[in-house]
Design a protein around this ligand. Structure first.
Ligand code: GLC
Ligand code: CA
Length: 516
């Protein structure tokens, strides 16, 4: 198999609405992404994940798909997409599209047909009860809003009816299909047909939205995993170079059981991601990279290490700088802590993902009205800030036509202000990515070993082959016993001192040493 490219890839996530507007209508588009490929490549990213670009009424920013095989006109045409793909491949860059398998928009033609009172081809594509008087409380249903005599299950927002992959535990046999039924597998076939459509165009795989949501009442996700295994077999035999990355955040289930090539490490409750980056309210219980530095690296490791160990021979856990669903990092930590967190992300195993704008420290806006079902997520979806031209270089449209307003708060970041400026978030990230790509021992699948990690203590020290990383976000210098003979400093942020048998890692610093 040749998904080997994942081993050396660093991804860039693009929210297409907000990246670059090539035709001055105020919204980002595919031609715009193509124009900026060299920028992404220059940062060091060699793969891209684009949020949904399919035809949609945009009740959930495109995660409500109306037609899986059509490009949303506001992003361009199929020709524009093929142009983008060709331009990316020419630069040796990969492109993942966002696959939304769990639900469609309620405007999708399958649903339009299913909700009609007349029998039709797609009656079992969704999950309808037999009568509108049947609405068991444990299910999230839309009731009495179409002429078909039945209520239907929704997967996320009300405009996103759940596709029918059946039930694992059946509670209501009158209307629930088994996950082994032909009706459930007909949905799998329809999904595979969509996947083939794009894979045949040459895309390099999919990021899979809510990948764990397919089969209902499937608590251990065995039936959902069975579907993905079946899809993985199709990929291995017909598209061996393409990959599947799951939004799941459970590597045992997603990578080991379901066969995903990689899984995101997300901000789900109880997850180590929050222990690292996203706790800020309780002063005694903060994240490891919080400015006040009262975090606990062992709380992260308790979650991460078992997940890493069980999945490392099968796939990758993906550390992300952020994504389109959560507040950007400046909401939680200072610029310097963000830089330290980038050093961590870019020296850990797994496939790293950079969310557009995080390379310059774009901010989270708390003052915006919801856009396209964004709600609290809207503030992380504002246009990319390129330079000091009109609309910060994002678009030539009139300001009031922009998809979302730009951030003009004091000291707002732009690419132009950081490119080529030593010490900037952008330049440090670029150096870290370059370092990772130049050294096989820092690549996505090389060995990772913990050297020093103590409850509620700093620093955290870990090895990647002959490299050792020391990371101390706390407000005190820390001294660590360490045989430094034959070591050479490779990269650092902040300060350090090297003795014969110890390393002093200064407050709020990162150091990467290498045994020669
Ligand atoms: C995923 C997406 C999110 C979307 C939801 C429903 O969590 O990342 O943006 O709203 O699924 O499709
Ligand atoms: Ca546009």
């Amino acid at each position: 198999m040749s998904t080997i490219w994942l081993k050396n890839s660093v991804f860039y996530e693009i929210y297409p609405q907000s990246f670059y507007d090539s035709n001055s209508d105020g919204i980002g588009d595919l031609r715009g992404i193509a124009i900026k490929l060299d920028y992404i490549k220059n940062l060091g990213c060699n793969a891209i994940w684009i949020n949904p670009i399919y035809d949609s009424p945009f009740m959930d920013a495109g995660y409500d798909v109306r037609d899986y095989k059509k490009i949303a006109p506001r992003y361009g045409t199929m020709d524009d997409f093929e142009h983008l793909l060709e331009q990316a491949h020419k630069r040796d860059m990969k492109i993942l599209l966002d696959l939304v398998p769990g639900h469609t928009s309620d405007t999708h033609e399958w649903f339009q047909s299913a909700k009609s009172p007349f029998p039709g081809e797609f009656d079992n594509r969704y999950i309808f009860t037999k009568s509108v008087w049947d609405a068991p409380e444990q299910y999230r249903m839309m009731c009495g809003i179409c002429d078909r005599d039945g209520n239907y299950l929704v997967n996320f927002f009300s405009s996103q009816p759940a596709l029918n992959y059946g039930f694992y535990e059946i509670t209501h046999p009158e209307w629930q299909f088994s996950s082994d039924s032909p009706e459930a597998w007909a949905t799998v076939d329809a999904l595979k047909d969509i996947m083939r459509f794009w894979l045949d165009k040459g895309i390099d795989g999919f990021r899979v939205d809510m990948a764990d949501s397919l089969v209902k009442n499937d608590d251990d996700k065995v039936a959902t995993a069975k579907i993905w295994r079946n899809i993985r077999e199709m990929m291995d035999s017909d598209y061996p170079d393409a990959v599947l990355v799951s939004e799941w955040s459970n590597p045992l289930r997603s990578i080991v059981n379901a066969g995903f090539h990689a899984d995101f490490y997300l901000d789900h409750p109880g997850n180590g991601f929050n222990e690292l980056f996203r706790k800020k309210t309780d002063n005694d219980n903060l994240s490891f990279f919080a400015d006040q530095a009262h975090g606990d690296i062992t709380a992260f490791l308790a979650d991460y290490t078992p997940a890493y160990l069980c999945s490392k021979d099968h796939g990758y856990i993906s550390f992300i700088t952020n994504n389109h669903d959560m507040p950007r990092a400046p909401f939680y930590m200072s610029e310097w802590m963000i830089q330290l967190s980038h050093a961590f992300i870019m020296t850990m195993p797994g496939v790293p993902f950079v969310y557009y704008g995080d390379e310059i420290g774009m901010r989270y806006r708390t003052d915006l009205i919801s856009k396209e079902g964004g709600f609290s997520r809207t503030g992380s979806r504002t246009p990319m800030q390129w330079n000091h031209d009109k609309n910060l270089g994002f678009s030539d449209a009139d300001e009031d036509m922009l998809y979302l307003p730009l951030d003009y708060s004091e000291g707002y970041p732009t690419v132009a202000d950081q490119e080529g400026v030593g010490g900037s978030i952008y330049e440090n990230m670029k150096s870290l990515i370059a370092l990772r790509k130049a050294n096989p021992e820092l690549s996505n699948d090389s060995e990772f070993e913990i050297v020093y990690a103590k409850e509620k203590e700093y620093p955290f020290v870990y090895k990647r082959g002959s490299f050792t990383a020391f990371i101390n976000p706390s407000d005190e210098d820390k001294t660590i016993e360490f045989d430094t003979e034959g070591t050479k400093e490779y990269f650092f942020l902040g300060g350090y001192e090297i003795g014969e048998d110890h390393v002093v890692i200064r407050s709020r610093s990162f150091l990467l040493l290498r045994h020669e």
